[in-house]
Design a protein around this ligand. Sequence first.
Ligand code: ARG
Length: 580
Amino acid sequence: MTDTRDGCTVLGEIVADGLRAAFRAAFPDCGLDFASVRAAATQNPEFGDYQCNDCMTLARALKAAPRKIAAAVVGAGRFPECVDKAWVAGAGFINLKLKDDWLAAHVAGLAGDPRLGAPAAGTGKRIVMDYGGPNITKPLHIGHLRSPNIGSALDNMFRLLGYEVVSDSHLGDWGTQFGVTIMGYRHFGDKAAMEARPMEELERVYVRSYEKAKADPAWMDLCRRELVKLQAGDAANLALWKEFVELTRREVDRVYGRLGFRFDLVRGESFYHEMLQATVDRLVSEGIARESEGAIVAFLEEEKLPPAIVRKSDGGFNYATTDIATILHRVEEFDPEQIIYVHDERQQLHFRQVFAIARRLGVTAGLRHVWFGLMRLPEATFSTREGNVVRLEALLDEAERRALALVAASSRGFAEDAQREIARQVGIGAVKYADLSQNPQSLVTFTWEKALALEGNSGPYLQYARARIASVLDKHAERFPGRDPEAFPIVTSEAVERDLLVRLARFPETVAQAACGGKPSQLADYLYDLAQTYSTFYQNVPFLKSPDGIREARVRMCGITARVLERGLELLGIAAPKRL
Ligand code: ARG
């Protein structure tokens, strides 16, 4: 690697380090270490490649106007070798432009690294990631997409950053729904239907029993009793439970398999059930929970949170009790630096309570809930809607069907099997990307027009961009055999080439920021911007017709762009077919 800072491949950090040194040189006796100084990537080259806006915040501590501070820092002339020039702008910004040859060498260094320069920030650290984990006995619907989708993208990024990740799909396989389903199955179950379409039948009996329970307290009571029996180990109920769990796990595995979601562990809530009483006992003995109206409750006034019931008055345990036991078990087994939960916004209070209780129990690992908003489909997304929920599989089927029409138009020369496989990658990729490209903390409205757009911020757009680059590389290899682009130095003679290099150099920091910020959308935005910059580059400079050397340098940049796009898509869990 060609870095000025030992081992650092994160461009923004290299620049920020240089800035900090310049601040210290300009203000040697002020007593500040300037550790908070940052370099923000600019979008507009008019402002340089990086910009520092800390002079505003430092004005008070340094008792000087921001512009004066900026001028002193620039005037100190202590920037590292990578900086071409620095200048003061606006109200007191410092703009920094990198040297072209340094940038070219830096990108060549990243390209030669199998990790594309991703910093190994997580080496020696372990993260447990909790995502997926649907409540079972119900088919997966579109609301089940975001948790495993966002979760597995973050999981991939953390792994690239060197963390050891243990992913766990915490299935809801022990909750109140089982009492309701057992009653429903015993009274309204249809054996033949159960054999032919088990998920539909399970859902049907669940819904019917649930509706009845809402209207009829006596039925509700019976459901509760079946649940208590199950949790106490009743053989008949356990056998039914096992059957329901196996059926739904098969469904979850199939749908997750289509989406490429894989877990290190699939431990449902049931895995912890024998630890619950001991957990409650510990909470009581440590004074964290106490008896209140027959229940056992943790009062969380200090944390300004509502109380959490950890044992109900009927002796049953809650979702929160299981999560507390789960944290204790994970800490014991994995000693993680962090446990990250990727689940929807409606669970914020639940996790705040659980984390507060875990803290009181002395858990020091980082506990973080990365939450996201709901995904919604406008009315017209499906012509036939069964009930009021759309099954996730129906969405995937439709995506593949629509993608096949696209692929059939663009890759006519392909055999039918190959077309179908590409359509699968394009269709599934389009659905995943439509979610991941949105800020997680916003409501996502899914439309086919946007998901499958060939122009615009979509999965297919990036897949096509990547495939088009592959064909440039092939053409070069065909026309100029024996001239390996990798053997030629990267040179930048045009502004668009420089724009492309700057973007390529930002891959490592983008991955680090997206992972740590819990926002795969940052990586998606980056890839879209990279693909657009590439397309400007490709349209504005000649490739095969340019002079020897320049041609190879350009083809080499194509190759690096292809690798970054491919790796970026892979992190998002999206296939990048070579030909489309
Ligand atoms: N079963 C939960 C649901 O469907 C998700 C699991 C969340 N993970 C956890 N450790 N509580 O909403």
